[in-house]
Design a protein around this ligand. Structure first.
Ligand code: B4P
Length: 196
């Protein structure tokens, strides 16, 4: 199994690159953001709870997202690998993911962190907000709140993967294709190194 985490601040290109990566490598795409937005669109109790947090630029409680990931892993027992997009976002989520993967006798092979400056991030998110209707992308105060949450709660978990020597930074500014090429090079190198 080859399990990859795409890491980076809101708007860094995780979702954009994930779509191309799952097509090329045949991994199962697990985006907690997409899963939560589906729950919201279907007006489920979980979705209604999540919307309150997302609209304010806050993280949805750990137990909710960990439960979602757990059931997705159960649904895809035969997968050749997973691409985690936007998960884990807290230390508790990273620890839970390690445990869930250990139960499956597998682990994270690589964490790729998309590095993008804040000015560019704001531009991208506001731009997406114009067409997507995403409530968390239209208000600049909410966008700044998401960056604060990222710095305080998400960025620190990079250290966990750096210690394991599974962490690599990728320049996340440039064209989508240029960034995709850099990501593919990093994945191919790691796949070769972990091949039986
Ligand atoms: P996510 O859906 O994960 O949202 P995101 O981080 O904003 O998206 P992403 O980074 O994938 O967007 P992309 O850059 O591809 O989360 C939304 C919310 O859900 C969170 O704030 C939180 O409340 C909740 N949530 C999700 N996961 C959670 C978890 N694990 N725990 C708790 N809460 C959780 O795209 C951005 C824009 O940039 C797009 O318009 C794209 O077209 C553009 N773009 C991409 N690459 C570009 C490039 N190279 N050049 C120019 N534009 C580019």
């Amino acid at each position: 199994m080859f399990n990859l985490i795409l890491f980076g601040p809101p708007g860094s290109g995780k979702g954009t690159q994930s779509e191309k990566l799952v097509e090329k490598y045949g991994l199962i795409h697990l985006s907690t953001g997409n899963l939560l937005r589906e729950e919201i669109a279907n007006r489920t109790p979980l979705g209604l709870e999540a919307k309150n947090f997302i609209d304010k630029g806050q993280l949805v409680p750990d137990e909710v997202v960990i439960g979602m990931i757990d059931s997705c892993l159960e649904h895809h027992k035969q997968a050749s690998g997973f691409l985690f997009d936007g998960f884990p976002r807290t230390t508790a989520q990273a620890q839970a993911l390690d445990k869930l993967l250990a139960l499956k006798k597998t682990e994270i092979a690589l964490v790729l962190s998309l590095e993008v400056g804040e000015e560019e991030l704001i531009k991208r998110l506001l731009n997406r907000g114009k067409t997507s209707g995403r409530s968390d992308d239209t208000n600049e105060t909410v966008i700044h709140q998401r960056f604060t949450v990222y710095k305080n709660e998400t960025a620190p978990i990079a250290d966990h993967y750096k210690k394991l020597k599974r962490f690599q930074s990728i320049k996340g500014e440039g064209t989508v294709e240029e960034i995709f090429d850099s990501i593919c090079q990093a994945i191919d190198k790691r796949m070769k190194a972990t091949a039986p």
